[in-house]
Ligand binder design. Sequence first.
Ligand SMILES: Nc1ncnc2c1ncn2[C@@H]1O[C@H](COP(=O)(O)OP(=O)(O)OP(=O)(O)O)[C@@H](O)[C@H]1O
Ligand SMILES: [Mg+2]
Length: 359
Amino acid sequence: MNIKPIILRGILDSLPVGLMVIDPEEEIININRAASEILGYPLYVFEGKGWGDLFFDDEKNIDFNQIIIDIIRERKVNLQRSVSYVRSDGKILQLSITGSFLREGEEIAGIVVLINDVTELHKAHKREKIVLEEKSALHHERAESIKNLAEAVAHQIRNPVTAIGGFSMRMLNQLDQDDPNRGYLGAILDGTKRLEDVVTAVGHYTKLLQIEPKKVAISEVLQKAQVGLSPKEAELSRKIKWTVRSEPIKAMIDPRLFTHALNELFLNALEFCREDEVSIEMCVFEEANRVHVEIQDSGAGISEEDRPYIFDPFFTTKAVGVGMGLCRVKRIISEHKGVIMIESTPGKGTEVRIRLPQE
Ligand SMILES: Nc1ncnc2c1ncn2[C@@H]1O[C@H](COP(=O)(O)OP(=O)(O)OP(=O)(O)O)[C@@H](O)[C@H]1O
Ligand SMILES: [Mg+2]
């Protein structure tokens, strides 16, 4: 089909993207209005000119020129690069260039170059990056100061608690079996044990702030978390019936911390079950550029009143428990830029849903 030159000119000039065609001798044989505006020369300047005449001498645009050189030399098709370009009026632009080498049989027919001015988009990305970096630095600073405070408080509590516990134990050992003070000392010892557990839990929590993500198969982490639960099954004389459906997915996660999080969730399913056997159904899949990890147990479920508090530090319904498990899990997931949701039906079971971003 032959298109009249005037119609072709009209089509090219109406394109919102810059287009330039260069022949094998590097002469610019076609350029549209958008390209001339972006490059900062009136259309007539290009007439009968070679690419080299107009651009090659300019040291500032070395990256821009290199694209043409690379397309010719490497005979590239759809070479895409983002480069900065300094216009003759001094304005610095960010251009997205796509260039292709055109063939006519064995012959070089020319090069077609598409030019997009992405300066504003580039600036917006840069601004966004700066804001994100500032936010992340602020977050890091806050996390560091919380960590330092928590470590200092834990350190201050640990020493007196150890002394109180140690001396109480010595006194208890010296009392007769029927001494009425034994009960008081027993209560002091229980209290110190609880304080020690709290200090240890706070210590673990502050360590979660240093994550080291790597590309890991979720199934590996899952297996480790399952194996880690066996001693607890034996200790509680309970059994877990596993059903696992997992796609072979790799994700950027800290394997140690993620295993810990899964372990904590499985432990809850085991500890809050109604019978000697609990079923845990686990499903891992990828959807909408996210990794989904879903865990459903057949345990006791969580009551309506307790639900708002389960992620709070030190919230527990166990007779002897610290209540830091889910708080730690939430922290680990949010350090991975993911989210966790828990839904539960009392008497039926609990469902945990985790979503992680996939690059
Ligand atoms: N799978 C579950 N089934 C039923 N209740 C749950 C489940 N997971 C959490 N809960 C409820 O949420 C509370 C908080 O859980 P979390 O793991 O934070 O603390 P914990 O298990 O009580 O103590 P810790 O984990 O520190 O030993 C639990 O005490 C329990 O009431
Ligand atoms: Mg727990």
